[in-house]
Write a protein that binds this ligand. Sequence first.
Ligand code: ADP
Ligand code: MG
Length: 725
Amino acid sequence: MAAIHLSSPVTDLYGIGPSAEEKLARLDIYTVYDLISFIPWRYDDWSNVGTISSFDMADRFADNAGYDLSFRGTVSTNPSVNVTSRKKPLSFFVSDGTGRIKLTFFNSPYLSGKFALGDECFVHGSVTLFNGQMQMVNPYIEKAEKIEDSALVRPVYHLTSGLTSNNISKWVRTALKLCGDELLSCIPVSIAEQKGFVLPKQAYEMAHFPSSLEEARRAREQLAYEELILLGIGMKLYSSGHGVKEIAEQVIPSGQDGIGIDSRNRWKVIKSNLGFALTEDQAAAFRDVQTDLMSTTPMNRLIQGDVGSGKTMVAALSMLITALMGKQAVLLAPTSVLATQHYKTISNLMRNSGMEPVLLLGKTKASEKTEIKEKIEDGSARVIIGTHALLTDDIKFNDLALVIADEQHRFGVKQREKLLFKDTLKDGTVKSVHNLVMTATPIPRTLAMVIYGDMATSVIRQKPKGRQEITTWFVNSKKSKAIEEMMSIKLDAGEQVYIVCAKIDTDEAEAGADNMVGDPVTDDSSVTSVFEMKKIVDSMSNLSKYPSAVLYGSMKEKDKLDTMEKFISGDIRILISTTVIEVGVDNPNANVMIIMDADRFGLSTLHQLRGRIGRGDKKSFCLLVSESRSELALSRMKMMCESSDGFELAEKDLELRGPGDFYGTRQHGIPTLRAANLYTDMKIATEATEAVNRIIEEGGEEADRLNDAIRKMFELRFARKMEQI
Ligand code: ADP
Ligand code: MG
């Protein structure tokens, strides 16, 4: 067998076959290193050993719930197997000198013959009362001599169905034994000494197999430190280009004179096509962009604005002014639905200006594509809108000056690099385009600093005038009449409705599972799928009279666009979809959104979804439907009902997610973090990256070591994943 390295596929490990491979992939685990860095999200502490008699029955069982107990005892009745029926449970008593408990095991053939009368054992489980007798059903049991202290702090992993924490533990143990020594430390020696950090291999051992909760906590701190260094420094090294002088075209001449009367007149036409005045924040953001376009330093600007705040308008105006100055501007959208929508908005804005935009999608007909490419190459097309289909090498721009990416974090890192269209000139300077990025995902400042470095930001906080506040209600039962009534009222009034579901089909995990938060996804069967919802709607007499349709990510592009178009034109009145509508879809006549199993989504996603309504002048309602009783889920629902401020919700979201931030990071365009918490560990992030930066700038042996280690570990940890984002 070939030697196993950190970068080897998990299937190289003994015991991981195609079925486990597939399940691990769902957890974003592909390589041995992914497995090792998949640290537990919490621990069960079984080390607190009690006695049976310490259970005060009357008191403890008042509410008939189970109570956890760890104890050591002796098998006191014969655990004989029932030979007539293997289906029958195996039962026996264990006593600890203070009392006895009946243990009952269902479906546990592997236990038959393992324990005998008189065996000393360790037991952990939930004690319940059955016919007035204490019992444990399917508890954990092990021979006392086999139990080490380290087995008593039990790691609990975020899991997907079909995998157990035990599976993960076993594989991690093997992985660490085989290649734990390949793990390089990315933490400066001086910091490691000061903090009492251990070797990476040991830190992972402590995280996966801690002998105490305190040890697990120390391990997590060290791994968080390392993870944040990898992210902050590695990201920069990865997209390198440091210290090189970059220049871009000056798009807008500094003096008024350079603009020309013709352009001025066209600009007037465009402004009047706009039909409304920009909000103050929009105007300020547009001014920022104009100032940047007057410089030969490439613009590197992020426009952050809540959904519906009017970012697209700012982008559109920036493109048009670039086009008026005779240069080309590109707007890239992550999906064809969005690109098409932007195209329409911008076409409308360009009416009678003597210019026309072009739209290029992956599915654009070949003949049409050729024509568009020609126009792009000869410069007659100056306002260019499309998806990543625009990033192929056969597209030659004539005089590209501005590139705008909508929801850029939805593009892969390689694509993001391409977006900058860098070109090294003979004298070594790099020619770049002006780069503008729009995002509706509010990024806490400190985090933005780590991810985007020196990117300038313009924030649009105000909403356009005339917007109504959206009323959000929490509905705690899927059967509630309120859902149907709300839809009927609005549909009868000629308005439209979104219904969002957390999965597509009964047995299909939704692709947007990264949006899910909270407890490990164990039971999905209660989640209402898009198709189930469609059936429900069709079966309700007062809803089925309105045309409805489904929409989800894996549908054919053409069908998706068709459906969207029909929804926007009003031919479809009820749109039942997954989170694909999260970004950009704009239908001012849709004023109700029902989010089924709302507990399955993070706050940011919920907010993003809700931003699809409240776009017209009618009163809008968002109903969050969830039957979850989890405290975390309920607090998220409460936040949603109370706040409509995306920035506030984003901060809260990070806070509520807790350590590990298993699902949240993708929204920010960075891969899942495993040890660090973006909210609570920000101080560490700044401290760590500053320290490493200082050392690397000084140079020397330690700088070389860190550079090398960070590059290698970043490659393993993030690089491949970045391309998938
Ligand atoms: P975002 O991209 O930030 O989600 P959009 O640019 O799509 O927001 O704008 C949302 C809606 O608001 C669009 O229908 C747009 O026409 C409208 N809009 C944008 N700016 C204004 C404004 N200043 N006044 C009135 N309506 C506006
Ligand atoms: Mg938008």
